[in-house]
Structures are given as structure tokens and as C-alpha cells.
Design a protein around this ligand. Structure first.
Ligand SMILES: Nc1ncnc2c1ncn2[C@@H]1O[C@H](COP(=O)(O)OP(=O)(O)O)[C@@H](O)[C@H]1O
Ligand SMILES: [Mg+2]
Length: 157
């Protein structure tokens, strides 16, 4: 059940396909300018989540890890901007350099390792915490950091 009072909802997925399905359902509620922060260890499933989200946006391209290019843009119902900050030396510099700018207001941005932006992270966002690695199930906590993002908690049903 969504706890709309705390703005959190937990979903457990048993395999990568379930994580992709969850993300795909969430994509139906995406609006221009949305920001989703994907937080979890290496191998947690952040990229799997991004793949599923792309499917939900009607994106045909194969979504892979953008680790070496920082950001990949895909065309779907809305543009999807997939970012990976794993190798960012100074996240604040990257932001100042225009990593997140007006261009993304036309689409939805999914950011792996978003916690690296620290205080620089925009307040309006959906946090997606993925706990677990390997073949174990994943505990995925959706946290609406602003009321506008509560629609994602409902979409997770
Ligand atoms: N429930 C699950 N959700 C997501 N991925 C899972 C799950 N169970 C196993 N996996 C596997 O874990 C790996 C996650 O990889 P990836 O999405 O690239 O992680 P990250 O981007 O967080 O480093 C994949 O090999 C995937 O098949
Ligand atoms: Mg990844």
C-alpha cells in the first residue's frame, strides 16, 4: 500500500523482469521535467530499472549503461535522459557545467548514482532506492520528495 503521508512505497521484485515491469508502469505517469534518482550499489538494478522505464515510454532503442558517456538521450512518448554519475569526479562541477539544464525539462531524467550530487540535487524528485544485489530479491523504495511525485507511488500498484 502507498503511504501517501510519508510519501513512500516499498515494492519487492524477485528478478530483473519484475524490476523492469515496475519501472515500465511508473513511466506511464511521467511528465515533462520529472527527475528520478536511482540509488543503489553496483549491480543493484538501476540500469534494469532504466531499461523498463524506457519500454514504458515506448522507446525502442536498447538502453545500456551510459557510464562512459555521462548522458544518453532517447526519443519516446517523452524524451528520456539517462545519466550515470558513477565516474564523476566532482558532481557539483558537473552540475555547474550544465549537466542538468533546461533541455531536460522537455522530458524525464533518470540519474544513476544521483546521491553524488548531494546538496546540489533538485528538491523536486522521485528517489528510487534499490536494496539487494546478485540473485537475491530487491527491495525498491519509492520516495516522493515533493507532493507532485506521489503519483508515482500510486502508479506502482
Ligand atoms: N530483482 C532484480 N531487479 C533488478 N536486477 C536484478 C534483480 N535480480 C537480479 N538482477 C540482476 O542484477 C543485475 C543488475 O544490473 P544493473 O541494472 O546493471 O545494476 P546497476 O545499474 O545498479 O549497477 C542484472 O544482472 C540483473 O539481471
Ligand atoms: Mg548501471
Amino acid at each position: 500500500m502507498p503511504d501517501l503521508a510519508t510519501g513512500e512505497r516499498v515494492v519487492v521484485t524477485r528478478d530483473a523482469a519484475e524490476t523492469r515491469d515496475l519501472a515500465s508502469r511508473l513511466a506511464a505517469t511521467a511528465r515533462p521535467g520529472d527527475l528520478l534518482c536511482l540509488v543503489g550499489d553496483l549491480g543493484a538494478g538501476k540500469t534494469q530499472f532504466a531499461k523498463g522505464f524506457a519500454v514504458g515510454l515506448g522507446i525502442d532503442d536498447v538502453v545500456s549503461s551510459p557510464t562512459f558517456v555521462l548522458m544518453t538521450e532517447y526519443a519516446g512518448r517523452l524524451p528520456m535522459f539517462h545519466l550515470d554519475l558513477y565516474r564523476i569526479a566532482d558532481a557539483a562541477d558537473a552540475l555547474a557545467g550544465g549537466l542538468l539544464d533546461e533541455r531536460q525539462s522537455e522530458g524525464v531524467a533518470l540519474v544513476e548514482w544521483a546521491e553524488r550530487l548531494g546538496e546540489a540535487l533538485p528538491a523536486a524528485r522521485l528517489d528510487v532506492f534499490i536494496d539487494g544485489v546478485g540473485d537475491d530479491e530487491r527491495r525498491i523504495t519509492l520516495r516522493a520528495a515533493a507532493p507532485d511525485y506521489l503519483r508515482y507511488l500510486e502508479a506502482a500498484a
